[in-house]
Design a protein around this ligand. Structure first.
Ligand code: SAH
Length: 244
C-alpha cells in the first residue's frame, strides 16, 4: 500500500493529505519550485499531479448553496471562482440566478473543467450558467466586477509574497457591495508549499486594510476527511471607504 502510494503522484478524485508526507504534494512542490510560477502549475496539470482535486464539489459549497444565503441580485448574480482547477465548485455554485466564471491560469485545467462539466450536462452546454476562462488572476480584466467571489485552496496555493496582491485583486474584482467567501485551508507546520502555512490572521492582515471585515466565521464541519479540523469558512464584506 505504502509503496504504491509512493509512485502514484496523481490521484485526482481521491481525498489526500495536503502535506509534505504525501508524495504527490512533494512532487507538486518540486514542480512549482518554491515560488509562484504559472509554468509550474501547468506542469502539475499536464503530469496529473493534482492532489488537491476532490473529484467532486466541495461539501461546504454544496451546503452554502443549500443554505439559501448566497447573494441574490435578481436573476443576475455573478460569481467568480479563481484558481478553480477542475471546476466542480463552479458548476455546483451555478444556477438559481447565479452565473459563475471559473478562472484558472492553466489551459489544461480549463480544458478538463470544460470536459467534465459538459459531460455532467450531458453535452447540453448551451443552457449552462457557468463559463471557464484560462487567464491569470493577477492580470485578468473582466467586463464587470462580481457580486460574489469564492476562494478555496487558492490563497494557500499562492506564495505568501503574493498575498497582498491577492487581496488587491479581490477588491478590484468584487463590486463594492459584493461578498467574498473564503474557505480557508489552514495548513501549518509546513516547511514549504503549496499549500503554504496559513492562518486566519494572514487573511485579515491583507484584507482588513482594504476595508474587508469578517461578517461570519465558522469551523468547516463538512471538510473532507484528511482536511477535518483544518478549515474555517469566512464571509467578508467591505466597509465604506470612509470607515477605514
Ligand atoms: N480550487 C481548486 C484548485 C486548487 S489548486 C480545487 O479546490 O480543486 C490551485 C489552482 O490555482 C491550480 O489549478 C492552479 O493552476 C491555479 N492557479 C495558480 N496560480 C494562478 C493564477 N495566478 N491565476 C489563476 N489560477 C492560478
Amino acid at each position: 500500500m505504502a509503496s504504491s502510494a509512493a509512485v502514484d503522484v496523481a490521484g485526482a478524485g481521491r481525498q489526500q493529505a495536503l502535506d509534505g508526507s504525501n508524495p504527490a504534494v512533494a512532487r507538486l512542490r518540486e514542480l512549482i519550485g518554491g515560488h509562484e510560477s504559472t509554468a509550474g502549475w501547468s506542469r502539475c496539470w499536464e503530469e496529473g499531479v493534482t492532489p488537491w482535486d476532490l473529484g467532486q464539489p466541495t461539501p461546504a459549497v454544496v451546503e452554502l448553496v443549500q443554505s439559501g444565503t448566497l447573494p441574490a441580485a435578481g436573476d443576475a448574480t455573478t460569481v467568480l471562482v479563481p484558481g478553480c482547477g477542475a471546476g466542480y465548485d463552479v458548476v455546483a455554485l451555478s444556477g438559481h440566478g447565479r452565473f459563475v466564471v471559473g478562472l484558472d491560469v492553466c489551459e489544461a485545467a480549463i480544458h478538463k473543467a470544460k470536459q467534465l462539466s459538459a459531460a455532467a450536462a450531458g453535452g447540453d452546454v448551451g443552457s449552462n450558467f457557468f463559463a471557464f476562462v484560462a487567464a491569470d488572476f493577477f492580470t485578468w480584466e473582466p467586463p464587470e466586477p462580481f457580486h460574489l467571489i469564492f476562494d478555496y485552496t487558492f490563497f494557500c496555493a499562492l506564495h505568501p509574497s503574493m498575498r497582498a496582491a491577492w487581496a488587491r485583486r479581490m477588491a478590484d474584482l468584487l463590486r463594492l457591495d459584493g461578498e467574498l467567501i473564503t474557505l480557508m485551508y489552514l495548513a501549518e507546520g509546513q516547511e514549504a508549499g503549496p499549500p503554504f502555512n496559513t492562518t486566519v490572521l494572514d487573511y485579515e492582515e491583507v484584507l482588513n486594510p482594504l476595508g474587508f471585515v469578517i461578517t461570519w466565521i465558522e469551523d468547516n464541519e463538512v471538510a473532507v476527511e484528511p482536511r477535518k479540523g483544518m478549515e474555517k469558512i469566512a464571509r467578508w464584506k467591505r466597509m465604506a471607504k470612509s470607515d477605514y
